[in-house]
Design a protein around this ligand. Structure first.
Ligand SMILES: Cc1cc2nc3c(=O)[nH]c(=O)nc-3n(C[C@H](O)[C@H](O)[C@H](O)COP(=O)(O)OP(=O)(O)OC[C@H]3O[C@@H](n4cnc5c(N)ncnc54)[C@H](O)[C@@H]3O)c2cc1C
Ligand code: SF4
Length: 809
């Protein structure tokens, strides 16, 4: 049977996605030919920002390589634009003279950047930001010139400016309005954005209108209407886009702002269709991929004779891809007479959230500084959910309510979208994970398209994998550290050592991170590996730590905190007990409780009281919240117990004092019992010590938690000194070899007890080295964090002061 001839004009994101959808539905139906003006296979235009910012290479952003076209029998002509369409004979003509017949023709010619018609706009060094060539020009220019000016303070302009800063250019942004991204942000969010970008080194010229571009052959500067002048060696115009419709109007298709299409993407001419930025549906030409991909699905259904409800328009939303800035905007975000808003403005944390409500429905939102609510809000908008019965705190939960540590993906419904660009919902991903045996983010992207465009949803996809398969199943695969990278924990930690990397951003840049800021999985892990590699030089990045470690206390389910002071070996005295009692009275601490680790827990403390409680106590932090050495539990031992063979209390105190405040991949619990009756439960500790006649037995890999595991007898040691050395070597090997967040019980099972024994007990050289490394790490430990906070007013203000929350309805 002869195939129908399908020709696509435009080898870009919308056109090729339409072809992919067609191949999914009916792979043998069409003989497909694609013409592209650019000389590349289809690439991810969205990711140009990441190429410019130095996070990806051009190769990384290719979506469909040449093999894909060949394997699917698609004839591809690159660098050869179509210049004429002969509707009557159903033929197209390319610039290089190729004539090609069609039965169906798709226009997907995208947009051209809008260039302000200023005198001097044709000078060398005046460019747009639209394609690979523009990126290459900026990168090349930065090698020879220093001063860049970006005209346009919208999304594209700011992404270009961030890239130019990364290229070490002095970057000035000129904006005609008095606030940035006025089409997506209201004034408070825009102010915060401007402040953050200024801190990154961007300089702004607001309410400025450019009159002309000065220079001889090459640009030398900008003259403004107010008479002022700005020197510039490069000018990037980012003032908007213009749908590319010249060929369509020459062909006689109906065009307005773009090529007019109906709900089935049909143009005014028979068998000619349009999708993407060049298409106009119901008066709107969309400039983001999500709507364009929805159009592509409808057109694929229509061409493959599948039933379709047609295209009925899309909700627009935006995220800015600039490192250090979290921003989300969707729908109607400005206040109107018939709207009301819920706002949260936390100036200390730099968070602004606004949800606009009309007729009891969320119709728009702006989130700045924390965009974790965006999937939920977007879903409410899309579904037109009635919120009249909902509590405002449910619509916009507070920071503490949000910081339970649980991924937002857990509470999402199956029909909620995880990848907004590609329209992929949670249920679809879970089904693919279960049915197709997927175990990595890359697998999920390949099977479902989730994460294939702006990449912002990859951390959520990664969380969903863990939630569906369990952390263990996921970690047994060669699993990337998180959705931001394809590299595993081992590979990242190895690379940090090998390349001697020193900062989180450096790790992300050098190792090609896909998301600029990283996520809650990779940032703490990188911070740990960096500290491990350079204990003396590395300055801990507290912003990369989980909430409990940031504030040095354990957050409880009601948002209060618990305080557990250090009591070495579980031993206390009247003085300490008096202080605890007095402090508990003074701050009306609702509960005091003895913990399983033999310490006293002061429960129900308000965050803002923490520094003064610590000051009044004058005791060290018990680290009950940290990935670190926790407690050393002891039995009463030989001094008091008639079965005791050793001084378990003395040894416990010695161990705790030696290793306290040491960072470890996960929490480490220890215990010392003075006989095999094991009253301190040494058998279920990460390291458990048991006294026997004339010696100590050392057990490792025990766990009394969810994954209950009895410790393995590691060795028997005669002296206390040798015991401390062996513990040093074991702990250091665990620190160096285990993956971040891997308990000793899992590590011992993964690498095997025999292997660990051979390293620590049989390889004299290696043991010595481990002990030396441990000594370095111990010397570099920070001082007690509670004492540090009580002496540091700036920290108290930053982390503990009551936040100014403004909730207006
Ligand atoms: C730097 C940057 C960042 C962006 N960030 C985001 C983002 O975060 N989120 C988002 O949703 N969107 C973003 N976008 C927008 C997104 O990239 C576009 O909406 C999308 O690429 C449009 O797809 P398209 O296929 O319609 O057009 P394009 O991808 O532009 O493809 C059109 C292709 O047709 C070719 N062509 C034109 N005329 C002819 C002809 N006569 N013959 C043959 N070929 C022709 C063009 O050269 C081009 O290659 C960003 C865009 C840029 C430039
Ligand atoms: S472990 Fe042995 S020595 Fe220690 S308290 Fe229990 S019985 Fe006594």
């Amino acid at each position: 049977m002869t195939k129908e001839k399908l020709v696509l004009i435009g080898n870009g994101m919308a056109g090729i996605r339409t072809i992919e959808e067609i191949l999914k539905r009916d792979p043998d139906r069409f003989e497909i030919t694609v013409f592209g003006k650019e000389s590349h296979p289809n690439y991810n235009r969205i990711a140009l920002s990441s190429v410019l910012q130095g996070d990806s290479s051009v190769e990384d952003i290719i979506l469909n390589d040449y093999d894909w076209y060949e394997n699917n029998g698609i004839k591809l002509y690159t660098g050869d634009p179509v210049v004429k369409v002969d509707k009557r004979r159903k033929k197209i003509h390319s610039k290089n003279g190729i004539v090609c017949e069609y039965d169906h023709l798709i226009f997907a010619t995208g947009s051209n950047p809008f260039m302000l018609p200023l005198p001097g706009a044709d000078k060398e060094g005046v460019i747009a930001f639209r394609d690979i060539k523009d990126c290459e020009t900026m990168i090349e220019t930065s090698k020879h010139y220093k001063k860049a000016a970006v005209i346009g303070g919208g999304l594209l302009g700011l992404e270009a400016a961030r890239g130019l800063l990364n290229l070490n250019m002095e970057t000035e942004v000129i904006h005609i309005f008095d606030y940035l991204m006025e089409r997506q942000l209201d004034a408070p969010a825009s102010d915060m954005l401007r402040r953050d970008l200024e801190e990154q080194g961007m300089r702004f010229h607001m309410s400025k209108q450019t009159e002309m571009i000065k220079g001889k052959d090459r640009v030398e500067g900008l003259k403004f209407k107010d008479g002022s002048f700005l020197e510039a060696d490069l000018v990037v115009m980012a003032v908007g886009i213009k749908p590319n419709i010249e060929l369509a109007s020459d062909t006689g298709l109906k065009t307005e702002r773009a090529i007019v299409v109906n709900d089935y993407m049909e143009t005014s001419a028979k068998d000619i269709y349009a999708v993407g930025e060049c298409a106009e549906h119901n008066g709107i030409a969309y400039g983001l991929v999500a709507p364009l991909y929805e159009q592509g699905k409808v057109l694929a259904d229509h061409l493959c004779s599948k039933e379709t409800e047609g295209y009925h328009g899309s909700l627009m939303y935006t995220k800015l891809k600039v490192s250090g800035v979290d921003l989300f905007s969707a729908g109607q975000f400005q206040d109107e007479e018939d709207t009301r808003a819920i706002r949260v403005h936390d100036e200390f944390e730099g968070i602004y959230k606004k949800v606009v409500v009309k007729d009891n429905k969320v119709v728009g939102s702006v989130l700045y500084g924390d965009t974790s609510d965006s999937p939920r809000l977007l879903d409410m908008m899309k579904k037109g959910q009635d919120i009249s019965d909902m509590n405002k705190a449910v619509i916009l939960p507070s920071e503490d309510e949000n910081s339970s540590g649980e991924s937002p993906v857990i509470s999402m419904e199956d029909d909620e979208q995880i990848c907004d660009c590609n329209g992929v919902c949670k249920g679809e991903i879970v089904e693919a994970i279960n049915n197709d045996g997927l175990s990595t983010v890359a697998d999920v992207t390949k099977h479902t398209n989730a994460g294939r465009s702006c990449g912002g949803c990859k951390p959520l996809v990664s969380d969903l994998l863990s939630a569906t398969l369990g952390d263990e199943a996921v970690s047994n695969q060669k699993e990337p550290m998180c959705g931001c990278t394809d590299l595993s924990h081992d590979e990242v930690s190895e690379a940090i050592k090998e390349k001697q990397l020193s900062f989180t951003r450096e790790v992300m840049n050098v190792l090609g991170w896909e998301s600029e800021e990283g996520c809650s999985k990779c940032r703490p892990a990188i911070n740990y590996y960096l500290g491990l590699n350079k204990p003396e030089e590395y300055e801990d990045d507290h912003t990369s730590r989980f909430i409990n470690e940031r504030v040095h206390a354990n957050i409880q389910n009601d948002g209060t905190y618990s305080v557990v002071p250090r009591m070495y070996g579980g031993v206390t005295d009247p003085d300490q007990l008096r202080k605890i009692a007095d402090t508990a009275d003074k701050y009306e601490v609702p509960m005091l409780k003895v913990t399983g680790g033999q310490r006293i827990d002061m429960l129900g403390v308000n965050k803002e009281d923490l520094p003064s409680i610590w000051k009044d106590l004058g005791m060290n932090s018990g680290y009950a919240y940290a990935k670190s050495i926790r407690t050393v539990k002891t039995c009463v031992g030989e001094d008091f117990c008639r079965f005791g063979t050793q001084d378990s209390i003395g040894m416990g105190i010695q161990i705790e004092k030696k290793f306290e405040r040491l960072n470890t991949p996960h929490k480490v619990k220890m215990a010392v019992s003075a006989c095999p009756r094991n009253c301190a439960e040494s058998g279920i500790k990460d390291i458990g010590i048991v006294g026997v006649e004339g010696a100590w037995e050392m057990y490792v890999g025990g766990n009394g938690g969810v994954d209950l595991r009895g410790g393995d007898l590691f060795c028997k040691i005669e002296t206390g000194e040798e015991l401390l050395d062996t513990m040093s070597a074991f702990l250091q090997y665990y620190r160096e070899d285990a993956r971040y967040l891997e308990r000793t019980s899992h590590w011992v099972e993964r690498v095997g007890l025999d292997h660990i024994r051979s390293v620590i007990l049989e390889d004299e050289e290696k043991r010595k080295q481990l002990i030396e490394n441990m000594e370095r790490a111990l010397r570099a430990r920070p001082k007690d964090p509670w004492a540090e906070v009580t002496e540091n007013e700036a920290k108290q203000k930053e982390l503990y002061e009551k936040k100014q929350l403004e909730v207006i309805q």
